[in-house]
Design a protein around this ligand. Structure first.
Ligand SMILES: CSC[C@H]1O[C@H](OP(=O)(O)O)[C@H](O)[C@@H]1O
Length: 355
């Protein structure tokens, strides 16, 4: 049984409430865009690709139940709801890119006189529902490209030791995962010796979610606290770091979970290749560098408490950015579903291959 963050059939959308994992595995129904915005903003579902898929599927739930007087009215509803969903979390670009593409599609269908209202609705819904299968296909391709590229660096057929940060698996996507997809593929090739996953404070995506996925898949792994990365690189002979992305800028600068930047600096110091694994839907060619990426800041309580238990002194001020930006100069390769690219190749390859 594979882990599924998202369940969608017969217009019934459910998400695995990731705030309750690993103690409790509970699915909650998403009854439309309002619910979609809330479960994304509260991080009951999270992960750049999963955010876009759940957001768009929540729109599909609304569209199937609502009646429209005209194609123009439906187009206006679609645009308003998609822009609302984009506001749920600002850093991951996938929801923004999906919204732009779906608004363009709604405009095309609305302006096409050969297309009636019912055909517009069914074409639009199919495009959204196809996102699930496409994401899984993208992730298995990322896994293949990433594993092969990492193994090119290894002499003989010895297995590798990988470090990863945050959660980039089935719980951050429609399935299989991006960076965790690379790890899954290495494991299936019997070329993975061990994974080190960081706990990823303050939301603990590593301890609660990645560890959960690795144990579920029986992949040999060790959980480390975020402050142990340097020691693990010094003493455990890490062959590569592979992490995900929330937004990759045109020059390859990448926003990812807070703590990623310092891992990249440590990897550079220890001569460990540092990879980003992300689908083209996480690449934002509209911004030239990471300087332009908006970094979400989350509530202090996510730092000062674990559940209901206070772990920080009352009255201390907090800074809780959810992401940081790793400069392209520290990135050995960007693993995508179309291949593995050096940051300086990204703009050209994206223009060639993004279709
Ligand atoms: C498949 S990449 C997921 C990406 O999203 C995570 O952030 P969050 O848990 O806040 O949504 C993290 O940055 C991962 O790398």
């Amino acid at each position: 049984m594979t882990l599924r963050a998202i369940k969608y059939d017969n217009n019934n959308l459910e998400i695995l409430d990731q705030l309750l994992l690993p103690a409790q595995s509970k699915y909650i129904q998403v009854k439309g865009v309002e619910d979609g915005w809330k479960v994304i903003n509260k991080m009951q579902v999270r992960g750049a690709p999963a955010i876009a898929i759940v957001g768009c599927l929540s729109l599909a739930v609304d569209l199937r139940t609502e009646k429209y007087d005209s194609k123009k009215q439906m187009r206006q509803e679609i645009e308003g709801k998609l822009n609302y969903l984009v506001s749920s979390r600002p850093t991951a670009v996938n929801m923004k890119i999906a919204a732009e593409e779906l608004i363009n599609l709604a405009n095309q269908l609305s302006n096409d006189e050969k297309v009636d209202l019912q055909t517009m609705k069914s074409n639009f819904l199919k495009t959204i529902e196809d996102m699930l299968a496409k994401d899984i296909a993208d992730n298995t391709a990322i896994g293949d490209y990433g594993a092969k590229n990492i193994l090119l660096r290894i002499s003989g057929d010895s297995p590798v030791r990988i470090l990863t940060h945050c959660n980039t698996g089935s719980l951050a996507t429609a399935g299989y995962g991006t960076a965790l997809g690379v790890i899954r593929t290495l494991h299936s090739m019997k070329r993975l010796e061990h994974v080190y996953c960081t706990e990823t404070r303050p939301y603990n995506q590593g301890a609660r979610l990645t560890a959960y996925e690795l144990v579920h898949d029986k992949i040999p792994a060790t959980l480390i606290v975020d402050s142990m990365v340097a020691a693990v690189m010094k003493h455990r002979n890490i062959n590569a770091v592979v992490v995900g992305a929330d937004r990759v800028a045109a020059n390859g600068d990448t926003a990812n979970k807070i703590g990623t930047y310092q891992i990249a600096v440590l990897a550079n110091y220890h001569g460990v290749p540092f990879y980003i694994a992300a689908p083209f839907t996480s690449i934002d060619m509209s911004i030239q560098s990471g300087d332009h990426i908006v970094i979400e800041e989350r509530p202090d309580r996510e730092m000062t408490h674990v559940g209901e238990h206070r772990i920080a002194a009352k009255g201390i001020s907090c800074w809780n950015p959810a992401f940081d930006v790793t400069p392209a100069s520290l990135i050995a390769g960007i693993i995508t579903e179309k291949g593995v690219f050096r940051p300086e190749q990204l703009k050209e390859q994206f223009a060639l291959l993004n279709h």
